[in-house]
Design a protein around this ligand. Structure first.
Ligand code: NAD
Length: 496
C-alpha cells in the first residue's frame, strides 16, 4: 500500500501518527494511505517556509520567473502521469484531467510575467523636488487549502502567482486526492525552486486550523464548500490574515425561446454532466423560458441516456464515477428527495451498472423536470450529475430567481437577442457570466470569483486580483534637499 507523506523543505517527510485512506473511485479499492499532519508538523513547515522567504524574496523577479518557465516545461513533459494520478483518485476522465492541468498551466504562464506584474506606479515632481512611487512586496508565508474536485488546477490558481511574487507557500490539498500536488512539488524542486519555498502538508481540520491561526502565516487562499469557506474566512480574518475563500455554487442556465437549441443542448450536456457534475461552475439548473422547456427535454433526454459512463482511464468515456462512497450516497439521496418533493424524474441514473466495476462509485446522468424554487434540490448544491429544469413564464422571472439564489458563482444566458444578453450581463447578481458560453471560467489573466455566498473576501483568484492578494503595497515619497533647504516643519506637510 502506497503511503503519501508531506513535502517539506524540498523533501518527503512524515512524523504523523494519523492517516486517512485514499480510494480509487472507479473500483472502490483503497489505493493509498495519506498522512494527516499534526499541528506541530504544520508549525515546523511554517517555520522552514519563513526561513526560506528571506533569500527567495531577494531573488530577482526575472530569476523567479525563469524557474516557473522550467516548471511549466516539466509539467508538460509529465502531463500523462499527472493526468492519470488525477483520474485514479478523483475519477474524472483522462482528457478532462488533462484539461484541468492545461487551465492550471495558464496561471503559471501568467505568473511568468511577474517582472512586469510587480511594477509599481511612479509620479515625478508630486511637490517641488519631490517624487513618489509604489512598490509591491511579498507578504511572507502564505497558505492554500484546496478541494477534491480540481486537485491540480485549484492549487495552480494559487501558488504560481504567490511564489512568483516572492512569497513562500504551504499547500494543504484535499485528503481525497493528494498525489498530483505531491508530484508537482517534486517537479518544482526539479525546476530549481529552492527548498522551503513550496511545501505540501497533507491533513484535515487539525492541519487547516494551524494554518488559520499561526502568527507566521500572512494570507490564506481557500476553495471548497460554503460552510467551510465561511469558517476559514472568519477564523483566519480573526487571526489577522488576508483571506480569499471561495465556496459552493448552484449555477443557472437561462434558456430563452430564441436560443439555438442544438447549440444550447450540446453546451448543457458538457456543463451539467462533465466531471460527473463535480465542478463549481457546472450548470445544475436550467431556467426554460416560455415554451423552451418541451423542446429542450425532447433533445436533451436521448443524449443523457446515451452518456458513456465508466472508468475514466478507459478511452471514449464521457463521465467517470463520483469521488467517494459517501459522496455517491449523498447525491443519490438528493435524487430520492427530488422524487419525494414531487419533481418529475425523467432520467434516473441510480439504475446504472458499470460492467466489471460493481464496487465503483457510479451514478448515471439524472434529469428532473418541473422543479420549483421551494424544493431542496433547487436550493442546495448537489455536486453530482443531476440537472434540474425549472419552467418560467418570462425572462424577468428567470432573472429574479437567479438573483434571489443564495449562491452567485457562475451563470449563462443562451439567446440570439443582443438586447436580452446585454440586460442580463448588467443586472445579474453573479460573479461570472456567460453569453452562449456555458462555463464562463475566466482566463488566467482575468480573475476568477463568485458573488454572494460563493466567495468570502474582496479579491478573486489569479489574474490581477491574484497579484494584489499576494503582495502588499508600499508608497514612497522622496526629497533630496540641498543641505541649506532642510528645516523643521510643524504643520501638516503639503506639497508646494
Ligand atoms: P470541502 O469544503 O469539504 O473541503 C475543502 C478543503 O477544506 C479540503 O482541503 C478539506 O480538507 C478542508 N476541510 C474540510 N472540512 C474542514 C473543516 N471542518 N475544517 C477545516 N478544514 C476543512 O470541499 P470539497 O468537498 O473538497 O470540494 C467541493 C466543494 O468545493 C463544492 O462545494 C464546490 O462548489 C466547491 N468548489 C468551489 C469552487 C469555486 O471556485 N467557488 C471551485 C471548486 C470547488
Amino acid at each position: 500500500m502506497q503511503q503519501i507523506n508531506h513535502y517539506i523543505n524540498g523533501q518527503h517527510s512524515n512524523q504523523s501518527e494519523r492517516s486517512s485512506a485514499v480510494f480509487e473511485p472507479a473500483t472502490g479499492e483503497q489505493r493509498a494511505s495519506v498522512s494527516l499532519a499534526s499541528a506541530a508538523e504544520v508549525a515546523g513547515a511554517i517555520e522552514l517556509a519563513k526561513k526560506a522567504h528571506g533569500p527567495w524574496s531577494q531573488m530577482t523577479p526575472l530569476n523567479r520567473s525563469r524557474i516557473l518557465f522550467k516548471f511549466k516545461a516539466l509539467v508538460e513533459a509529465n502531463m500523462d502521469e499527472l493526468a492519470a494520478m488525477i483520474t485514479r483518485e478523483h475519477g474524472k476522465v483522462l482528457d478532462d484531467a488533462k484539461g484541468e492541468i492545461i487551465r492550471g498551466l495558464e496561471v503559471v504562464e501568467f505568473a511568468c510575467g511577474i517582472p512586469h506584474l510587480l511594477k509599481g506606479e511612479h509620479t515625478e515632481q508630486v511637490g517641488g523636488g519631490v517624487d513618489a512611487w509604489t512598490l509591491n512586496q511579498s507578504l511572507g508565508v502564505v497558505a492554500g487549502i484546496a478541494p477534491f474536485n480540481f486537485p491540480v488546477m485549484v492549487p495552480m490558481w494559487m501558488f504560481p502567482i504567490a511564489i512568483a511574487a516572492g512569497n513562500t507557500f504551504i499547500m494543504k490539498p484535499s485528503e481525497k486526492d493528494p498525489s498530483s500536488v505531491m508530484r508537482m512539488a517534486e517537479l518544482l524542486s526539479e525546476a530549481g525552486l529552492p527548498d522551503g519555498v513550496f511545501n505540501v502538508v497533507n491533513g484535515d481540520k487539525e492541519a487547516v486550523d494551524t494554518l488559520l491561526t499561526h502568527q507566521d502565516v500572512q494570507a490564506v487562499s481557500f476553495v471548497g464548500s460554503t460552510p467551510i469557506a465561511q469558517y476559514i474566512y472568519e477564523t483566519a480574518s480573526k487571526h489577522g490574515k488576508r483571506v480569499q475563500a471561495l465556496g459552493g455554487a448552484k449555477n443557472h442556465m437561462l434558456l430563452m425561446p430564441d436560443a439555438d437549441l442544438d447549440q444550447a443542448v450540446s453546451a448543457l450536456m458538457g456543463a451539467a454532466y462533465g466531471s460527473a457534475g463535480e465542478r463549481c461552475m457546472a450548470i445544475s439548473v436550467v431556467l426554460a423560458v416560455g415554451d423552451a422547456g418541451d423542446a429542450l427535454v425532447d433533445k436533451l433526454l436521448p443524449q443523457i441516456k446515451a452518456l458513456r459512463v465508466g472508468n475514466g482511464l478507459e478511452t471514449d468515456m464521457d463521465m467517470g464515477p463520483l469521488v467517494s462512497a459517501q459522496h455517491l450516497d449523498k447525491v443519490r439521496s438528493y435524487v430520492d428527495i427530488g422524487v419525494a418533493e414531487g419533481a418529475t424524474l425523467l432520467a434516473d441514473g441510480r439504475q446504472l451498472s458499470v460492467a466489471d466495476h460493481q464496487q465503483g462509485y457510479f451514478l448515471g446522468g439524472c434529469l428532473f423536470d418541473h422543479v420549483t424554487p421551494e424544493m431542496t434540490i433547487y436550493k442546495e448544491e448537489i455536486f453530482g450529475p443531476v440537472l434540474a429544469i425549472v419552467r418560467v413564464k418570462d425572462y424577468a422571472q428567470a432573472l429574479q430567481l437567479i438573483n434571489e439564489h443564495e449562491f452567485g458563482n457562475g451563470t449563462a444566458i443562451f439567446t440570439q437577442s443582443g438586447e436580452a444578453a446585454r440586460h442580463f450581463c448588467h443586472h445579474v447578481q453573479v460573479g461570472m457570466v456567460g453569453v452562449n458560453v456555458p462555463i464562463p471560467v475566466p482566463m488566467a489573466f482575468h480573475s476568477f470569483g463568485g458573488w454572494k455566498r460563493s466567495l468570502f473576501g474582496p479579491l478573486h483568484m489569479h489574474g490581477p486580483d491574484g497579484v494584489r492578494f499576494y503582495t502588499k503595497r508600499k508608497a514612497i515619497t522622496a526629497r533630496w534637499p540641498k543641505p541649506k533647504e532642510a528645516q523643521a516643519e510643524f504643520v501638516m506637510p503639503t506639497m508646494k
